[in-house]
Write a protein that binds this ligand. Structure first.
Ligand code: KG4
Ligand code: ZN
Length: 340
């Protein structure tokens, strides 16, 4: 008899249909991701209706593949972890309905997972030694949260964005300089040929709440700069705009993180979320941590952007804590961290 807990995890909150098998929260047996990015690129962003339809088309296939590459069947699975929010309601519902159907048909316990908790938990996968407490900066397309992870599943939000999320700002600026969707990876790529000091964009200081963020002013500053150039007939150097904007975002993110590390005295720091796959951000935060004598953690890029392995990691700790959901489990598009 094995004491291992084998979790089938499902993620469908945005534009990736994903399934994974994770054993004991950290051992990833399979991690299958079907990305819809190329479909949405046509429209310059995620189209919710298309996302839902594509999830329905792909979900069975992705789950079958996850079980097959883990050399398991549903009979081996101890629990199903599924993202219930936050995210696009129609997209979330596909994963939740699928998880409930499997749970009902095979009598397997169901555990609803918070998407951001998944992003944070991605750090456990490649770092078996990482345990709470630690400080985590979650930077994704929908969220910018500075979180004190006090224990597994126990979070205190120290700061959040007052307007745009960091990834959202990357996406909007990318569109403005004709780089297209998704903006983050494209800005990172062209930034390598640009000068981060070429243009000085404002680093917004938010007075309300010590660790809060603001990115909409920075985005407007980029738009104003571009308009100004066009009106004055000044050539726009795409790579310089990208690199200068990226540097401004990184300065704001690392600035708050360093302040929180100093003021809380915490000695472990983790990055999470899609924007955490940005090399320049990772390197900047790593050297800040080294200077402060804090340990630095960051998932590999594939585990930073949306995936189901991270949902399996989070579901494991919820499962251990005794969390079980019924067949009345529902998608919660605006779910707050620490709820559900
Ligand atoms: O975590 P994620 O996959 O989905 C959400 O939960 O939102 O994050 C997606 C976001 C997008 O805004 C994307 O532009 C951004 O992460 N992103 C990046 C990079 N890769 C993805 N931003 C900056 N640099 C990157 N390399
Ligand atoms: Zn995400």
């Amino acid at each position: 008899m094995s004491m291992d807990v084998k979790i089938l995890a499902i993620e469908s909150s945005c534009d990736e249909t994903a399934a994974a098998v994770v054993v004991n929260g950290r051992d990833v047996k399979s991690n299958i991701i079907s990305s819809q990015i190329s479909l949405h690129t046509l429209y310059g962003g995620v189209v919710p209706e298309i996302a839902s339809r594509k999830h329905i088309e792909k979900i069975d296939q992705v789950i079958a593949e996850a079980l097959e590459s883990a050399s398991m069947t549903l009979d081996d699975i101890d629990a199903i972890g599924v993202t219930i929010g936050p995210g696009l309601v129609g997209a979330l519902l596909v994963g939740v309905a699928e998880a409930k159907a499997i749970s009902f048909a095979k009598n397997i316990p169901l555990v609803g997972v918070h998407h951001i908790e998944g992003h944070i938990s991605a750090n456990y996968i490649e770092n078996p030694e990482l345990k709470p407490p630690f400080l985590c900066l979650v930077v994704s397309g929908g969220h910018t949260h500075l979180v004190k992870v006090k224990d597994y599943g126990v979070y205190e939000i120290l700061g959040r964005t007052m307007d745009d999320a960091a990834g959202e700002a990357f996406d909007k600026v990318a569109r403005a300089i004709d780089l297209g969707y998704p903006g983050g990876p494209k800005i990172e790529k062209v930034s390598h040929e640009g000068n981060p000091g070429a243009i000085s964009f404002p680093r917004a200081h938010v007075s309300k709440g010590a660790y809060n963020f603001s990115f909409s002013g920075m985005k407007s500053a980029v738009l104003n700069y571009l308009n100004g150039c066009r009106m004055k007939g000044i050539e726009i150097v795409q790579a310089d705009v990208a690199a200068s904007f990226q540097q401004a975002v990184i300065d704001v993110l690392t600035g708050n993180a360093v302040k929180a590390l100093e003021e809380t005295g915490m000695k472990k720091f983790a990055l999470a979320g899609g924007v955490a796959s940005n090399r320049t951000l990772r390197n900047a935060m790593k050297s800040q941590c080294e200077a402060l004598g804090a340990e630095f953690f960051c998932p590999s890029p594939l585990l930073c952007t949306d995936n189901a392995a991270m949902i399996g990691a989070a579901a494991y700790y919820d499962y251990l804590a005794g969390k079980r959901d019924g067949l009345d489990l529902n998608a919660v598009p605006n779910l707050k961290l620490g709820e559900g």
